[in-house]
Ligand binder design. Sequence first.
Ligand SMILES: [Zn+2]
Length: 266
Amino acid sequence: MNTLKLSILVILVLNLSGWGQSANLIEKFEKYRIHYDSIDVSQAKQITSWLQDGQQNIRSVFNKDFKRSFDIFIFSDRDSLDKQWQKDWNMPGFKSQCWMVASGIAHRLDILSPRVWQAQACEHDVRDTTATRKIVFHEMIHVFHGQHNPSPTFEHIDNIDWFVEGIAVYSSGQLDQSRYADAQDFLIKNEGPNTLSEIWKGENRYGLAGSIVKFIDDRYGRKVLFDMLAYTSATEMLNHLSISEKELLLLWKTAVRSNSSVQNKF
Ligand SMILES: [Zn+2]
């Protein structure tokens, strides 16, 4: 083969590999595989580095690792993410809200490519890489939680939204000083939730859910917090803590109202 023919062949191969945007690439790591389209090579690189940090975060919070490997899918547009969620949640025609950018269950983590967040998402600033990194950490906590729960997809749970989201907010570092202060301010000015089911609601849901899980961690310790990952109902959790719903809510609200600093451990 002469030099001219060789260079034509190389160009053809390059053109083929750059053709279209749907070439699915897969990279394998010890505990996960990451799937992405060729258009998202640089996003995948960034997310991979956050996944490594997120795995380390889980080790330092729980002193444990993932039980099983899982898959991460980076979706190149919202339509393809919606199609996946329609299938996963058995909700044909489901259209996600603009603030929904990622999800996590025991065997998979789905994320809309941050490359398209500016055009196809709201409430998330893609330039804020610290916040985006924490979103990846948050979803990894859901994956870890699913792997330690009898309902790995969280389909069969009873009144534990506050804990599922709270532990992801708290352990990912999303319960920062500003979220904590907002929740505190809200609880000082209002009576606040009188049932566990009211916690993961409204604009303060991150601060409220994160702070009640922080309260449990502070009062009962990390071992108890880890044990709670295995329960599917609020009743089981309250039994484990030997406390009534009313008392837990009262003690938590009193603690948040009187603490001026979050003293985030993560
Ligand atoms: Zn979540």
